[in-house]
Design a protein around this ligand. Structure first.
Ligand code: MN
Length: 331
């Protein structure tokens, strides 16, 4: 079992533009000795917008809620729309909507300018808005790759049932003489690998991004590579993680990957650690426990980041600012 290193407390939310009310749960600029980029690599930044109600916006056409044009370079932004919809438009003429349940995996690569607003339909009707934006670093070899989008709908994601392996249902199982287990929830594989099932998104480095729901009492076991930095956000509900009670708003930081940091010889690539999730009571049908698991192979390269630019060296960062000021950004 991968031990829990720390359970991070709830964070105060802040506005990004006037459309996104988020808690920054990971920030590569933080230099705390026990929680800094070396513990989250390849994840640079993680903003969670918990469910927030927006009134209808009668001025949508002139003043949509969101963030106007801004640049990104050297990494990827991953936007998950849990509730509500986001419209994006970029400097290459690309535009589209991230619909409820969908994910936009945007590779900024050598540079992109874009804007992110509530969609027109959501802006005009209002309602509950909830999203995640995750920044995933690119290795130096891919920092200047061509910008691209992966627009992933919920139906594109493999959905796997999470089976109860607590043995709680064993009386039934024995009585029926069957090996049938109970599903206590499900996981949508946005990216990564689940026992050979490949997630919807293509990534530059090995990453798992799993959207998890638990609805029925029982225990299920996740397997994650022992080489990955691993984090788990509890978005809704309370559960036991490796036997420890954790409630909504908390980010669980698991112990450093043993095979990268603590052992002289790397373990084999397929060595796995386990994480045990226990749902203590069957939930209301429409209010499952919600979790987002992030794990990734550390890139292990130096980071020189400022605002929306994340490069490897200060000189690359200075050049990026010069290019931005002289109109050569992304060229
Ligand atoms: Mn952006």
């Amino acid at each position: 079992m991968r031990p829990i290193k720390q359970i991070h407390g709830d964070k105060a939310p802040h506005w990004v533009g006037d459309g996104f009310f988020v808690k920054t749960l990971i920030n590569h600029l933080d230099d705390h000795p026990d929680f800094n980029y070396s513990h989250t690599d390849p994840f640079l930044l993680f903003d969670y917008g918990e469910p927030t109600t927006f009134s209808p916006n009668p001025d949508y056409q002139t003043q949509p809620h969101g963030v106007g044009q801004h640049p990104h370079k050297g990494f990827e932004t991953v936007t998950i729309a849990y509730s509500g919809e986001i419209s994006h438009a970029d400097s290459t003429g690309g535009r589209g909507d991230i619909l409820e349940g969908g994910v936009q995996w945007m590779t900024a690569g050598r540079g992109i300018l874009h804007e992110e607003f509530h969609s027109e339909a959501f802006g005009q009707r209002g309602g509950v808005f909830s999203m995640v934006q995750l920044w995933v670093n690119l290795p130096s070899a891919n920092k200047l790759t061509d910008p691209k989008y992966q627009s992933i709908k919920r139906v594109d994601m493999p959905i796997i049932e999470l089976m109860d392996d607590s043995g709680a249902g064993s009386q039934d199982t024995v009585a029926k003489g069957a090996d049938k287990q109970t599903a206590i929830g499900q996981v949508a594989i946005i990216a990564g690998d689940w026992h050979g099932v490949t997630g919807a998104a293509t990534t530059f480095t090995p990453i798992n991004l799993w959207d998890i729901e638990l609805h029925t009492m029982g225990t299920t076991t996740l397997q994650i590579p022992s080489t990955h930095n691993t984090l788990l956000l509890v978005q809704e509900g309370t559960l036991l993680v490796n036997g420890v009670s954790v409630s909504a708003g908390r980010l669980i930081q698991f112990a450093a990957p043993t095979s990268v940091y603590n052992q002289p010889m790397p373990l084999s690539d397929d060595a796995t650690d386990t994480i045990e999730l226990t749902c203590l009571a069957t939930t209301d049908e429409n209010a499952p426990i919600k979790l987002l698991l992030l794990s990734g192979q550390p890139i292990g390269e130096p980071v020189a980041g400022y605002g929306p630019f994340v490069m490897n060296t200060q000189e690359e960062l200075r050049q990026t600012f010069r290019d931005y000021q002289t109109g050569n950004f992304g060229k």
